[in-house]
Design a protein around this ligand. Sequence first.
Ligand SMILES: Cc1cc2nc3c(=O)[nH]c(=O)nc-3n(C[C@H](O)[C@H](O)[C@H](O)COP(=O)(O)OP(=O)(O)OC[C@H]3O[C@@H](n4cnc5c(N)ncnc54)[C@H](O)[C@@H]3O)c2cc1C
Length: 394
Amino acid sequence: MTTTVDPTLAAELEEYRTLCRSWLTEVRIPDVPLSLTERFRVLREWQGVLFDAGWIGIAWSREAGGQGLSHLHQLVFSEELARARAPQPIGLIGLDVVGPSIDRFGTVRQRTELLPRLLSGEDIWCQGFSEPDAGSDLSSLRTHAEIDGDDFVVSGQKVWTSWAHLASWCAMLVRTNAQAPKSRGISYLLVDMSSPGIVTRPLTQMTGDQEFCEVFLDRVRVPRENLVGELDGGWAIARHTLGTERAAYTLRRRVEYEVALQDAINELSACPTRDADPRRAYRVRSAVGRSHVSLRVLEAQTRKTIGRLAADTGPVPEDSVDKLLLNDIEQQVYGSIADLLGPLRVAPSGRPLGLDAARWAHDHLYSRAASIYGGTSQIQRNIIAERLLGLPRD
Ligand SMILES: Cc1cc2nc3c(=O)[nH]c(=O)nc-3n(C[C@H](O)[C@H](O)[C@H](O)COP(=O)(O)OP(=O)(O)OC[C@H]3O[C@@H](n4cnc5c(N)ncnc54)[C@H](O)[C@@H]3O)c2cc1C
């Protein structure tokens, strides 16, 4: 981490880094299977191991069951995980986005009953924001809830809900006031995924994984005590959710790409035939060189991001510059390695040029989603144009 933080904190973080490193050399780091079902099981167990050892919820408050340290401590641990080729825990949606919103806006009951199980990985959470006609324009969502006695009764449809088929809880946005202006009539509900009336239908991605789902809700009863914050006040929580941890996410992903490129370099270097054909040698060098340059650009860009994380500024328009660069660079790093696989990209097997074809092809296909999830590249460009450059509104 290139720090722009005060020297005392920087020294404390280096001490913390040593602690992380030493723990990671002692623990058994799991192999992550490509099969999604197996991967889910292994990563959930891994979350339990991290939780028991005190490495989960590092920047969460102690009241919520976390470690009460700073976002930079969390970043140091995430960096060390990546460097040790150790996977992230499975419950990242809960840990990075849903949990912090419940912690900040939820009731004491919601915090004490739900958050410890979220941290340990006993409960996996999904986030039901997007709908068929409400993605970038989220405030158009139509899933609605009426109050009936002590319950909300929810009907509608969500889509692209990651892990919905395996989750026990969903943090959902629903329309509770059709008369109010679009974003003012939305509430934030915590929905038990085992409630009658919920059907999840997994969607197959081009990686072959079924990681996200369509979720259909037909008169699902949700206790009123599962409302987070004010009735019709869910938009402010959604904005907090979408902004939370974006800086931490960018910084973590940057290190993950560095590690991925280093792995590619190691695999290519160990391959005796890589330079046998001069045209192929040129392709290898260009792929690695281009990715290296892009990563240096991202590193320079994220120096200020570290400062923002340390100051806990909350979301700022500059985050969109990070997100845009991140989208492009993920696709560039994995795309340039995929190029080296040649036709094997479509039916990956074996180790062309020493590369683990199945893994690189999978990660390349997944990287196509980078310019969509968490806000598309076009939307980031709109934000940069309007809020940073002062151009007229879209
Ligand atoms: C891997 C993955 C996981 C996801 N997981 C979740 C999840 O767990 N929970 C969840 O709620 N959602 C999830 N999503 C959904 C994601 O948040 C949406 O896909 C995203 O917000 C874009 O919305 P959309 O797909 O409806 O596209 P649309 O909003 O319909 O956009 C279609 C295209 O039009 C462009 N566009 C739209 N409006 C404008 C504009 N004003 N100016 C310029 N261009 C514009 C977009 O950039 C895009 O290229 C996931 C998506 C992916 C890919």
